[in-house]
Write a protein that binds this ligand. Structure first.
Ligand code: GTP
Ligand code: MG
Length: 459
């Protein structure tokens, strides 16, 4: 399908045991043959598919560039369905780069980010959701996230989507039939049939769409902002949760000026933890920008850990912050209880409930586990993570599902109110098209390009 043969360094840059240069396309084996010297004058064309074969890569003057193992995966049984060659060399920066230069000099072109996977998609081996799952596998940050991505890669999500698309097609077929043979008195039964199928389709789409709330957290993490007035121990809390001295801690109020983000894994839940600048009125320009950033971090956060100094009365600043976070999902970290507990904590318990106010001391490591458990409980509503294989983790999919759902529901509504059946086919077709955009059956070129541009080079 493609004329050119692409090449890329498939391993991460740096020093490592091995590095891999990968090629895909019609000329992949030709190009390898020009560079490869096997034992007993073996040429690249003699290499058995999928058999790791020892040899050397040489340059134009036959100088050895590196000792290698090469693997050829002949079409169509390869990642891209084209001839694919992998050259496994030593993992230093220089060997991979020199081999890369040689393959380019011999006719390969540099692959764009995600181009191997894009070819696998355009050549029909995988659909778009599976291609997108490849990035998710690579960037997954927890085992739960990896599992969700692997299910998608295996095609569990595409299978369900294709099942839904088939149902929609059967609705369309019924509609066409009733339009083509209006003299037949099948209208009643057909309408009933169509309605039942459409309601089923609507339920299936809704179920997928609803799985996104959890799916998003599994993939991108629960966005959690640590917020409070200066010097209450926010950065200390971040440090103890991520178990390293990530943020600067001092007894000077206003220490943290900018947002600090760290990922952590709490019992399989990925948490994106954000330490913010303490909120107070300030003349200091840098600090003021920090405070502004804190306010937008609050807006974006799914959970706010409101940190207070529990040993003293709530201040005016604490009350101001309460106003900012009142619509959010809040956990109160009532810190510094090693210095005592002030009566004012009751005000917080009244607002947020006993379960959400954690009495703690970062200094004496009291209450940390309780805080972690409380965060975890927010995600799975107290239940352990369920391994759902038909889960939507991608916002692109979620948006398209919701649009498809609107269309199907509009059609159902119209049918129920007696709109002529041929008029509802527009909405039904629209729903089919939206789901087709998820699987890539009907995706447009710029959307496809945008998706693959997020990949790393060599994948
Ligand atoms: N006694 C006591 N001191 C603590 C506790 N947690 C933090 N501190 C101290 O409180 C001071 C401020 O801590 P930080 O973590 O820098 O506070 P912050 O909220 O990030 O402050 P800003 O960045 O200025 O907004 C430091 O001296 C910490 O050692 C605690 O549980 N008990
Ligand atoms: Mg700080």
């Amino acid at each position: 399908m493609f004329d050119d043969t692409i090449a890329a360094i498939a391993t991460a840059p740096g020093e490592a045991g091995i590095g891999i240069v990968r090629l895909s396309g019609n000329k992949a084996i030709d190009i390898l043959d020009k560079l490869f010297r096997g034992k007993k004058r073996m040429s690249a064309f003699d290499i058995v598919s999928r058999m790791a074969t020892y040899g050397h890569i040489v340059d134009e003057d036959l100088n050895v560039v590196d000792e290698v193992l090469v693997i050829i995966m002949r079409k169509p049984n390869s990642y891209t369905t084209e001839d694919v060659v992998e050259i496994h060399c030593h993992g230093g920066i220089i060997p991979v780069r020199r081999i890369m230069e040689l393959v380019l000099k011999n006719g390969a072109v540099m692959a764009e980010p995600g181009e191997f996977t894009k070819r696998a998609f355009l050549n029909g081996r995988i659909d778009l959701t599976q291609a997108e799952a490849v990035i998710d596998v690579i960037t997954s940050k927890t085992e739960t996230g990896l599992n969700a991505a692997l299910y998608q890669l295996e095609g569990d999500l595409s299978q369900e989507l294709h099942r839904i698309m088939d149902e929609i097609l059967s609705i369309l077929a019924h509609i066409e039939a009733s339009i083509d043979f209006p003299e037949h008195d099948i209208e009643e039964i057909t309408l009933d049939n169509i309605l039942v199928t459409a309601v089923g389709v609507s339920k299936s789409i809704k179920k997928l769409s609803d799985s996104f709330e959890e799916g998003k957290i599994i993939r991108d993490g629960l966005s959690t902002a640590i917020v409070g007035r200066p010097n209450v121990g926010k950065s200390s809390l971040l440090n103890i949760l991520v178990r390293e001295n990530r943020a600067i801690v001092t007894d000077v109020p206003g220490t943290t000026r900018d947002i600090i983000e760290e990922y952590l894994n709490i019992g399989g839940v990925l948490v994106k933890l954000i330490d913010t600048a303490g909120i107070r009125e300030t003349e200091d320009i840098v600090e003021r920008i920090g405070v502004e950033r804190t306010k937008s971090a609050i807006e974006e956060a799914e959970v706010v850990i409101f940190t207070v100094d529990a040993s003293v009365r709530l201040t005016r600043e604490d009350h101001d912050i309460l106003q900012l976070i009142k619509t959010k999902n809040v956990i109160v970290a009532a810190n510094k209880i090693d210095k005592g507990i002030n009566e004012d904590i009751k005000i917080l318990i009244d607002i947020f409930g006993e379960d959400r106010v954690i009495e703690m001391s970062v200094k004496q490591k009291i209450g940390i586990i309780k805080l972690e458990d409380t965060i975890k409980d927010l995600v799975y509503h107290g239940q352990a993570a369920v391994n759902k294989n038909k889960m939507v983790t991608n916002i692109r999919h979620k948006d398209l599902l919701d649009k498809a759902l609107d269309s199907v529901n509009r059609a159902i509504e119209a049918m129920r109110s007696g709109v002529p059946i041929d008029l509802i086919s527009v909405d039904i077709k629209d729903a089919w098209g939206r789901i087709g955009q998820i699987t890539g059956d009907v995706a447009e070129e710029d959307i496809i390009n945008e998706i693959f541009s997020k990949f790393c080079i060599g994948k």
